[in-house]
Design a protein around this ligand. Structure first.
Ligand SMILES: Nc1ncnc2c1ncn2[C@@H]1O[C@H](COP(=O)(O)OP(=O)(O)OP(=O)(O)O)[C@@H](O)[C@H]1O
Ligand SMILES: [Mg+2]
Length: 258
């Protein structure tokens, strides 16, 4: 076997493998400054929560790192590589899978078709017929005790089931970074706990998560780090030893002295 040149070249020291970094992101909508100079990094094998009141810029940040919306300024880096520009395809090919706040399903398509919706062609070609159905169902069985009919039309399912399909779609990509934008909002505790278990298994294996939720108990139990946004600005990023409910609440409302 011949030597492989560069196989032992040093890894990027600034950004460990799998890490996503947002640098100095700014995004305006007309007069509205949705994000102003927001930076954060997400480490592999951790959950990084973005916490903020309604309209503080969380979903805008998610759309930017997923390539759905361009920033006015700033950059998105994945494993040390700057994505210029960030496109949905590029973000996905680098391992970013996003479950958007507005559930994205094709209502007239089947459960199986929806799990594979928008996947790159090679991924769809590789998996045919039965294998597709089985992967779709096994992803969903992790998230729901209710058995899905792979041939059911998704538009006839309830909101949580549609959300679970969108999550299964993201998990099927075996992402390096999973983004959950208020995915638990409509779930009951049992559904939520199944999701958290599915996520925790993958976090243990090194997946990073960007998590957004208004439920403080979820934030406190799941997060390794919390970045607090207020009116589009990052007011703090705190590690597990630093955050508590009262601290986060005062940062959210702006009542904490710097
Ligand atoms: N497409 C758009 N056009 C105009 N304004 C927008 C658009 N998207 C977001 N905004 C504005 O940008 C700001 C941030 O919105 P964003 O949806 O990112 O907030 P959020 O933190 O996700 O809120 P929520 O908790 O309600 O989901 C808000 O003032 C919002 O009205
Ligand atoms: Mg939002």
């Amino acid at each position: 076997m011949s030597d492989v040149e560069g196989a032992n070249s040093p890894v990027d020291e600034q950004l460990p493998s799998g890490e996503l970094a947002l640098r100095n992101i700014r995004r305006t909508f007309g007069e509205t400054v949705a994000l102003d100079d927001v930076s954060l990094t997400v480490r592999p094998g951790t959950v990084h929560t973005i916490l903020g009141e309604n309209g503080s810029g969380k979903s805008t940040l998610v759309k930017i790192l997923s390539g759905v919306l361009p920033p006015n300024r700033g950059s998105v880096e994945m494993r040390g590589e700057t994505l210029h520009p960030v496109t949905p395809r590029r973000a996905r090919s680098l391992g970013i899978a996003t479950v958007f706040q507005e559930v994205l399903v094709a209502p007239n398509r089947t459960v199986t078709e929806n799990v594979f919706l928008g996947q790159d062609a090679w991924f769809s070609w590789k998996l045919r017929g039965r294998a597709r159905r089985e992967l779709a169902l096994s992803s969903l069985s992790e998230l729901s005790k209710v058995k899905f009919d792979p041939a059911a039309e998704v538009g006839k399912l309830n909101l949580v089931q549609q959300q679970q399909i969108a999550i299964a779609r993201a998990l099927a990509l075996e992402p390096k970074v999973l983004v959950l934008d208020e995915s638990t909002a409509a779930m009951d505790i049992g559904e939520r706990d199944l999701l958290f278990e599915a996520v925790a298994r993958r976090v243990q294996a090194g997946m990073a998560v960007i998590f957004i939720s208004h439920r403080m108990d979820e934030v406190l139990s799941l997060s390794d780090e919390v970045t607090v946004l207020r009116s589009g600005s990052r007011v703090a990023t705190l590690g597990r030893e630093e955050f508590s409910e009262s601290r986060l609440l005062s940062l959210l409302s702006g009542k904490e002295a710097a």
